[in-house]
Design a binder for this molecule. Sequence first.
Ligand code: ASN
Length: 367
Amino acid sequence: MPHLRPRTPVNAVLLRLRSEAIASLTQFFAGRSFTQTHPPIITSSDCEGAGEVFTIMPANDAPTPTDQDGQDSFFRSRKYLTVSAQLHLEALAQAVGNVWALSPVFRAEKSDTSRHLSEFYMLEAEMSFVDDLGPVMDLAEDMLRSLSTNLIESATVQDLFYRSPHSGSHLAPADEVRRRWEGLMRQDWPRITYTDAVALLRQKADLFTHKPTWGAGLQSEHEKYLAEYVGGGEKPVFVTHYPRDIKAFYMRETQTAGSDGAGAVVDCFDLLVPEFCEIAGGSMREHRVEPLLSAMKRQGILKPPSEGAADEQTGGTLDWYVDLRRWGCPPHGGFGIGFDRLLSYLAGVQTIRDIVSFPRWYGRCDC
Ligand SMILES: NC(=O)C[C@H](N)C(=O)O
């Protein structure tokens, strides 16, 4: 009964937590002169690579069998609900410098888990004129430290700690929730490369159902171990420089000798928190035209130019994104953090559906 659920005391606390977190984050970014922006919800590309997309169309526009590309439709080609504001934030960062946004994103993943929603809020920041990943990770770390430090003594968070042991509220125990807040307040979060992480995991291969293998994504059992071992179960851990071939096309390839082959990695990070695993991800973005087009071709986002076509390769539906690089584009990078996932972690709710007033997930969109 999502329409009545907000009236229960625990849900009222969760609504206040959300509101205070937004106020604190707004203050944080304003203090660093980041411009808050409103990226679009309707997008022209499904190529971000972050998950499955929803297509949109007017209710009385039934698709016709002949209109494969949606050319007869409202926007004259197929359009989608955004899966991430990143690409548009990059465009804005090239206009006004550092930017951020807290906006809804939509993913049509058919997962019925405690961690997935079809509609959620994502907080994304993009920094202009940064050459490497360090400052981007520093920003994510400072932001979360500032949020937890600002709010921990607030009446709302104290209320949350007070309610945790009085179960029936389905919250994690208060000392566990308090540990999470204090973990984010700690200084100097460890940073480990993916390659070193896999080497570490391989030494403990017996502990895992999935064998840790270089070139494959980290399973949640691996991430849990890293948060526990590298972060001491308290501090969040940055895992950096994942293999190029399992990451999105826009990530900049790391400049290391011989990085053009199978061992290539990209300048990216995932942020893992104890128990919960991945909570944020970010990267340096490829800011040069040719390497970007090569990555898009490699990942099958661009088809090779057809015979007789003009020589110059364009970026297809993402040509506008490639074009940003043609008109002057400084090195830049940024990150995204699932805002509802972050609040779930800080509130100690059992499932992400409990942190959202009107949750939508595969098979459910009640009111
Ligand atoms: N802004 C970001 O870096 C987030 C990234 N685009 C994602 O969807 O995970």
